[in-house]
Design a protein around this ligand. Structure first.
Ligand code: MGP
Ligand code: SAH
Length: 257
C-alpha cells in the first residue's frame, strides 16, 4: 500500500468519525424522542437508506442498522430474473421488498416480527407499491416450504453491528440459523436465490453453497458500495447469476458495484 493511499484511508476514517459525532449531536438536538445515539450514525445516512425518508418512513433500532441502502436494493431488483414472484424472506423495513415491487415483481414479504411488518407496510405505501406486496408475519423456516416463487431474496440478521469485529465472518454466524440451513430452506422456494451478506463474509463458504444443489448452481458474487464505502456482499445463485462460473481462470466472479 502506498503512503498516499494509507493517508487517504486515514483521512476517510477521520471524516467518518467527525460525521458520526456531528450526527449524534444533531440527533440529540433535533430528534431526541425518535433517534437513540446507537442509531445516530445510520440516521445521518437516512436518505441513502430511503430517499423518501422525510415522507413518513418508519424504522426501529434493528431496522436502522439492517435496512438495505436504497441503491443496493435497486441493484438487487434489477439483477433478479425478469418478472414473477419474489419472496423477500427477511423483509425488515421493506427496503428490498419496495424496490422489487417498484420494478414490477409481485412480492411476498416475510418477517417474524409483526411490528416490522407494520413498518414495512407503511414504508411501501409511501413508495406507492403496497398493493404489489403480500405481507406475512411468520418464521421463514416454517413458512418457506409452503411457498413457490421465481426468486428468493435473503438478507438475514448478521448478529447486529458487531458483525465486523470478526475478520472472517463464517456462515454459521448468520441468524436465526446457519447460512447452509437458510440456503437449503430457500431452495424449497426456488434455486434462484439472492443473498445479501456481510462484507467480511467467507467468500469461499458462500461459493460452496452452490454445491448443496445437484448439479451445482451457477454462482456470482459482487461487492456493493455506497458513496465509495463497501456496505455488503451479494451472492447470486441459479438464474440470477448472469455470468455464472464459466470462466476457466476464476472459481468465482467478484466485482465491485
Ligand atoms: P454497518 O457496517 O453497520 O454500517 O452496516 P456502516 O455505515 O457501513 O458502518 P461502518 O462502521 O463500517 O462505518 C452496513 C450495511 O450492512 C447496513 O446499511 C445494512 O444494509 C447492512 N447490515 C448491517 N447489519 C448489522 C445487518 C444485518 O444484521 N442484517 C442485514 N440483512 N443487513 C445488515
Ligand atoms: N432487507 C431488510 C432488512 C432485513 S434485517 C430491509 O431492507 O429492511 C433481518 C430481518 O429478519 C429482521 O427484520 C428480523 O425481524 C427478521 N427475522 C429474524 N428471524 C426471522 C425469521 N426466523 N423469519 C423471518 N424473519 C426473521
Amino acid at each position: 500500500m502506498t503512503r498516499a493511499s494509507r493517508r487517504s484511508k486515514k483521512q476517510r476514517k477521520f471524516l467518518k468519525r467527525k460525521l458520526n459525532t456531528r450526527a449524534k449531536w444533531r440527533c440529540s438536538k433535533e430528534s431526541q424522542a425518535i433517534i437513540s445515539p446507537k442509531v445516530a450514525k445510520y440516521w445521518i445516512q437516512r436518505y441513502s437508506l430511503f430517499s423518501r425518508y422525510d415522507e413518513g418512513i418508519k424504522m426501529d433500532e434493528e431496522g436502522w442498522f439492517s435496512v438495505t441502502p436504497e441503491e443496493i436494493a435497486v441493484r438487487h431488483a434489477q439483477r433478479s430474473v425478469s418478472g414473477g414472484v419474489v419472496v423477500d424472506c427477511f423483509a425488515g423495513m421493506g427496503g428490498n421488498s419496495i424496490q422489487f415491487a417498484a420494478l414490477g415483481y409481485h412480492v411476498v414479504a416475510i418477517d417474524v416480527d409483526p411490528l416490522k411488518i407494520e413498518m414495512a407496510s407503511n414504508n411501501a405505501k409511501i413508495y406507492g407499491v403496497d398493493k404489489y406486496i403480500d405481507f406475512i408475519v411468520g418464521d421463514f423456516l416454517h413458512v418457506a416450504p409452503s411457498l413457490k416463487g421465481n426468486v428468493a431474496f435473503l438478507s438475514p440478521p448478521w448478529g447486529g453491528p458487531s458483525y465486523k469485529r470478526t475478520e472472517n465472518f463464517t456462515l454459521d454466524l448468520l441468524k436465526p440459523v446457519d447460512g447452509y440451513t437458510l440456503f437449503q430452506v430457500a431452495q424449497t422456494i426456488t434455486p434462484n436465490i439472492i443473498m445479501f451478506l456481510p462484507r467480511n463474509v467467507d467468500v469461499c463458504q458462500v461459493e460452496e453453497l452452490s454445491w448443496l444443489s445437484s448439479p451445482p448452481l451457477n454462482v456470482e458474487i459482487e461487492e456493493n458500495y455506497v458513496q465509495g464505502y463497501v456496505k455488503g456482499i451479494t451472492a447470486y445463485f441459479g438464474n440470477t447469476a448472469y455470468w455464472g462460473v464459466t470462466e476457466e481462470t476464476t472459481s468465482h466472479n467478484i466485482h465491485e458495484i
